[in-house]
Design a protein around this ligand. Structure first.
Ligand code: URA
Length: 257
């Protein structure tokens, strides 16, 4: 059997897995799968895409990294869907933009503002980027059960980390006029956070009849500073992973994949 081009996987390797965790960072695929009861195996690694397979409560489940941003995320979704994945759970990191959001809290995105670019190749901008209700409910249930502080709401999902998220600590410390002032606007519109993959994930999945949810740990609060707090990244990773894995267990138990 030939392998699919970018992910470098074939269908047989997935052992019938229906759920994929989709972190951005290739190193997180291993961390996610090794948190299952049965330790897993690495299936493939090519460019930004690293896939691990493990068993969660006896069910085959994979983790495949997407890399950063909509373009590479869209490739991962397309190829995973061709290999039989129907449910995608993104585990990411994020910058909170509301004052009450604390470091290491998790944000469960119910929908995304489509500032990503890539989602426009799936559907016109009037089409909403919304998470799957069942997956999102499982993520909220999981955060409540595991007592992990969470916020559920709308995420601004951007094509760029610096200009699109109105950061001034970039090379030229310049944000074009079309983007200057946009953080204030999203705050006023009750958007919770910035990240870079959920709009593509939600739009591509909804448009193709697939299910997607997103949980992201807060590594900076933008009402206080621009640079991420590297010292909280590990704690953030654990919180996001705990919520996502617990949610997947619930979906598998309830047969909702
Ligand atoms: N990821 C983002 O896209 N923005 C942040 O501020 C942090 C993580």
């Amino acid at each position: 059997m030939s392998t699919i081009y970018h992910l470098h996987l074939d269908k047989k390797q997935l052992k019938g897995a229906k759920i994929a965790f989709v972190p951005g960072d290739p190193d997180r695929s291993k961390i996610i799968v090794q948190s299952f009861d049965e330790k897993g195996v690495e299936l493939a690694r090519k460019r930004e895409y690293c896939t691990w397979l493990g068993r969660l409560d006896g069910h085959p489940v994979i983790a495949t990294s997407t890399g950063i941003g909509g373009g590479s995320t869209s490739i991962a979704i397309e190829e995973l869907a061709m290999l039989g994945i129907t449910t995608f759970i993104r585990i990411g990191t994020t910058g909170g933009i509301q004052k009450n959001i604390k470091l290491a809290d998790v944000i469960i995105s119910t929908g995304a503002v489509r500032l990503d670019g890539s989602s426009e190749h799936y559907a016109p901008l009037a089409y909403p980027a919304v998470a799957d209700f069942t997956v999102t409910r499982a993520l909220v249930d999981a955060a409540q059960r595991r007592k992990i502080p969470y916020h559920a709401g709308i995420t601004a999902s951007c094509a760029t980390f610096y200009q699109g998220q109105e950061r001034y600590d970039s090379f030229r410390k310049y944000v074009p006029r079309s983007l200057a002032g946009t953080m204030k606007e999203w705050q006023n519109l009750n958007v919770l956070n910035y990240e870079m993959e959920s709009a593509t994930l939600f739009t591509a999945c909804a448009a193709n009849g697939l299910k997607a949810g997103c949980v992201a740990g807060v590594i900076v609060n933008r009402t206080r500073r621009e640079a991420v707090h590297e010292e909280v990244v590990h704690r953030v990773e654990i919180n996001g992973l705990t919520v996502a894995v617990e949610a997947a267990r619930q979906l598998l138990r309830e047969g909702k994949v």
